[in-house]
Design a protein around this ligand. Structure first.
Ligand code: PLP
Length: 449
């Protein structure tokens, strides 16, 4: 029995004929390696609602993979893009300076959760922001080694792939990878099955021991330029880092002169209920990488850090043709303005609370719903064969949840090291009623899986 829908309007089966035709052309013209989580073609969108190429209206629970915290096509962002594009689309920050580029750098330095003087390098994608952060940390310390976590995702450039840890999906056949990267376990407490029965604090202690051991067994701390960490692991399954672990990481970086890089490409810009996830931890990174919801949908990213570090790469060492593109900068300024003006961190806590309550209620009733976790509105569920063994649910059954949602009017995407997670990245401007309706569809999908 499906509940009546108020927001989802389906005129055809999904995918409809126009979606099928468009996707067939996509598959003929684009490499199969560039996959998609739904078989739908999309024509337009506003807020949290998407219209497909057959005129169906769906609810978007992916937010363009965390890009649309301010929602689809917010008027202010659209107007800022139009106004800037009429004046100047591109000049290259390597050639000349634009007001939009400078204002954005100033704004990011003002809001980044790092004390003291800061500088901001604007780039085009999260992976590029990560590249610039690592280059800066190496230039600043004169060291080469980087510590990254199991389950990490840092992008698809060679360095990004090298820092990323989910092998089969992101790395298979693409090596050799960049050297001097040392992998340590992430405190993924739910999946420490052999330690079940221990308290969270004891589990954190165990994982911390392996971090300290790595500094003896794998690399000398004096050789480490940076530790790069996602404060809420994204692709790895929306796993918030325990506060105690982050504080110890900060202390270890201080002890050994290591640069702490917080990769907030996915967790930043209000998603977790604060403007940046690092604000939950009571400690600051030295460098933060930003992208996704920074641009309101435009491709733009940034590496923001302590000024004395950011100035260490030699003149000409950073940047690219499109870095600081004025149209993307104007969109980002308008998007950040909306995040602040409409207090979207508070909205994230509100919609995150609704979704978390509903998912926890489902968890009590649905045997495959093993874990509900996250921070604010950065939420995911992890699906299991049974709650006692926690064996990851077979990939086809997890996929069937996403596919059910796509057939019934909700866009979704998976996550997790075992590809058995489903993540929630709905625009933060989603109405309570749209959110509840989307969650009705998720519940049906889980029950049929
Ligand atoms: C934490 C994190 N870092 C880096 C990236 C790479 O960003 P982009 O896809 O913009 O290169 C992502 C993308 O999902 C991410 O989640």
């Amino acid at each position: 029995m499906t509940k009546p829908r108020k927001h989802i309007h389906l005129k055809t089966e999904l995918p409809g004929p126009n979606s099928r035709a468009l996707v067939a052309r996509r598959e003929a013209a684009m490499p199969l390696g560039f996959a998609k989580s739904t078989p739908l073609g999309v024509r337009r969108a506003h807020g949290a609602l998407v219209e497909d190429v057959d005129g169906n209206t769906l609810i978007d629970f992916t937010g363009g993979i965390g890009v649309l915290n301010v929602g689809h096509t917010p008027t202010e962002v659209v107007e800022a893009i139009r106004a800037q594009a009429g004046d100047l689309i591109h000049i290259s920050g390597l050639v000349a300076t634009t007001e939009a580029h400078v204002r954005l750098a100033e704004k990011l330095c003002e809001i980044a959760p790092i004390p003291g003087p800061k500088k901001a390098m604007i780039n085009n994608s999260g992976a590029e922001a990560v590249e610039a952060a690592i280059a800066t940390a190496r230039a600043a310390t004169g060291r080469q080694a980087i510590i990254a976590f199991e389950g990490a995702y840092h992008g698809r450039t060679l360095l990004g792939q090298s820092l990323t840890s989910k092998y089969a999906l992101f790395k298979k056949n693409f090596g050799p990878f960049a050297p001097e990267i040392y992998r340590v376990p992430y405190p993924y407490l739910y999946r420490m099955v052999a330690a079940d029965g221990m308290s969270d604090a004891q589990k954190v202690e165990l994982v911390w021991e392996s971090f300290e051991r790595a500094l003896i067994a794998h690399v000398a701390p004096e050789a480490v330029a940076a530790v790069i960490v996602e404060p809420v692991q994204g692709e790895g399954g929306f796993i918030p880092m325990p506060v105690e672990f982050m504080r110890r990481l900060r202390a270890a970086c201080d002890r050994y002169g290591i640069v702490l890089i917080a990769d907030e490409v996915q967790s930043g810009f209000a998603r977790t209920g604060r403007m940046f996830a690092m604000e939950h931890f009571g400690v600051s990174p030295d460098i933060i990488t930003l992208a996704k919801s920074m641009g309101g949908g435009m491709p733009i990213a940034a590496t923001v850090g302590r000024a004395e570090l950011m100035d260490k790469p030699h003149p000409g060492g950073l940047g690219g043709t499109y870095s600081g593109n004025p149209v993307a900068c104007a969109a980002a300024l308008a998007a950040i303005d909306l995040l602040e003006k409409d207090d979207l961190p508070a909205r994230a806590r509100h919609v995150g609370g609704i979704a978390c309550d509903r998912l926890r209620d489902m968890q009590g009733r649905i045997p495959i719903l093993g874990d509900v976790r996250g921070l604010g509105a950065m939420l995911a569920i992890e699906l299991v064969e049974d709650k006692a063994s926690k064996k990851p649910l077979a990939v086809e059954r997890t996929l069937s949840v996403v596919n059910y949602a796509a057939r019934n009017g909700v866009l979704m995407i998976r996550c997790g090291l075992y590809s058995n997670g489903v993540r929630f990245l709905f625009p933060l401007v989603i109405s309570d009623s749209e959110l509840q309706e989307g969650l009705d569809v998720v519940e049906e999908g889980l029950l049929q899986a």
